[in-house]
Design a protein around this ligand. Structure first.
Ligand code: SF4
Length: 348
């Protein structure tokens, strides 16, 4: 099996995908690419949450031309997402895209693909073959139905075409809205191809089903060291996609990020704990440390959990009791607790 460590290393901008145990977190802008300022603002915000690679949709020439200006203002590599029109891929490449995503289901003319391949070769940028179970070739659908087998056959065909023109700078994704089909396709791909895999379950819906389907589909793959880059697709703000991907990888010990222990609240809760937990959670995505933080709503069960964490807080009336490595070291007014906790996290 080609685990991510055994996959070829593919360079995307200043990043390497494949050939190591790290998994690159990516998302996609949901603003029309030619609205350059808004797109830059969205990408810069995503960067602060840990987005390492960003994809934008290229629907027309204006979108393709916008890549140049966007790239000047961001710090992470940019992927141009192309469907149907190979000329837009050529324009995106000319305007500085760091990677091209092609859907083999909708750019099928070999001569057109050849031109894109040669342009990528010249600029030394990779192509992601993005197979999607929702847009498979009719022939493959008729032969195999919408299945992992059909997706793999589509990938084989497209990889063969790229390899025919001496191109190996490839990343492969096999997405489906069925987490079972996607998982099966990725398991099969890891046996067949040494190209790095971009893993994700697509069109999973809003955040709650999205997290459940993505976790069910991707958890085992991650444990098997399959997948060199990840996107969690959600019908939500792309920042939520980064948060979910980061949490999933952090829980599996693959990303440095604090973990949070907090109580579910009950009639004993003496503060607005849920609001505090949301605020601190948002802050933690920007912290690159492996620490355990407990935030508990009362002094009945709170101190026990708070003691187990690297940093713990248990609330008592309008006071916050701070624990470090199991020992109470200060009690402060509840109002100052958020700033104080951030300070302590930074010092840790
Ligand atoms: S820690 Fe306290 S406030 Fe929180 S759920 Fe348990 S008993 Fe309730």
């Amino acid at each position: 099996m080609f685990t991510r460590e055994k996959c070829r290393k593919v360079k995307v901008g200043n990043l390497f995908i494949g050939g190591s145990n790290s998994i690159i977190i990516q998302s996609m802008c949901n603003i029309k690419t030619q609205y350059v300022e808004k797109v830059i603002k969205q990408i810069l915000k995503l960067e602060t949450y840990g987005c390492q690679l960003i994809r934008v949709s290229i629907l027309d020439e204006n979108d393709a031309l916008s890549i140049k200006e966007i790239k000047k203002n961001i710090h992470i590599p940019l992927v141009a997402d192309i469907h149907f029109d190979y000329k837009l891929a050529l324009s995106a490449i000319a305007n500085g895209a760091d990677k091209i995503r092609l859907n083999p289901g909708n750019i099928t003319n070999e001569e057109h693909i050849k031109q894109v391949v040669l342009a990528c070769k010249e600029k030394n940028i990779p192509i992601r073959i993005g197979v999607n179970s929702g847009s498979l070739d009719k022939d493959l659908q008729e032969k195999y139905g919408v299945s992992a087998k059909a997706m793999i056959e589509s990938a084989k065909k497209e990889i063969g075409l790229l390899e025919k023109y001496g191109f190996n700078n490839i990343i492969l994704s096999l997405k489906s809205s069925s987490y079972e089909i996607a998982k099966q396709a990725y398991l099969m791909a890891a046996e067949l191809f040494d190209y790095p895999l971009h893993i994700g379950i697509t069109e999973t819906g809003p955040i709650i089903p999205g997290i459940i389907k993505s976790t069910l589909g991707l958890s085992e793959l991650i444990d098997l060291h399959i997948g060199s880059t990840i996107r969690i697709s959600l019908s939500d703000n792309p920042i939520e996609e980064i948060k979910v991907a980061k949490q999933l990888l952090a829980i599996k010990g693959l990303v440095n990020m604090p973990t949070i222990i907090s109580c579910p609240t009950c009639g004993r809760t003496v503060v607005n704990l849920i609001k505090y937990v949301h605020k601190i959670e948002d802050y933690l995505y920007k912290v690159n440390k492996n620490i355990k933080i407990a935030i508990m709503g009362c002094v009945v069960n709170g101190p026990g959990e708070a003691k187990e964490a690297d940093l713990g807080i248990a609330f008592s009336n309008n006071m916050a009791v701070f624990f470090k490595k199991g020992k109470i070291y200060k009690t402060i007014n509840e109002k100052n607790f958020l700033n104080e906790l951030k300070k302590e996290i930074n010092l840790f």
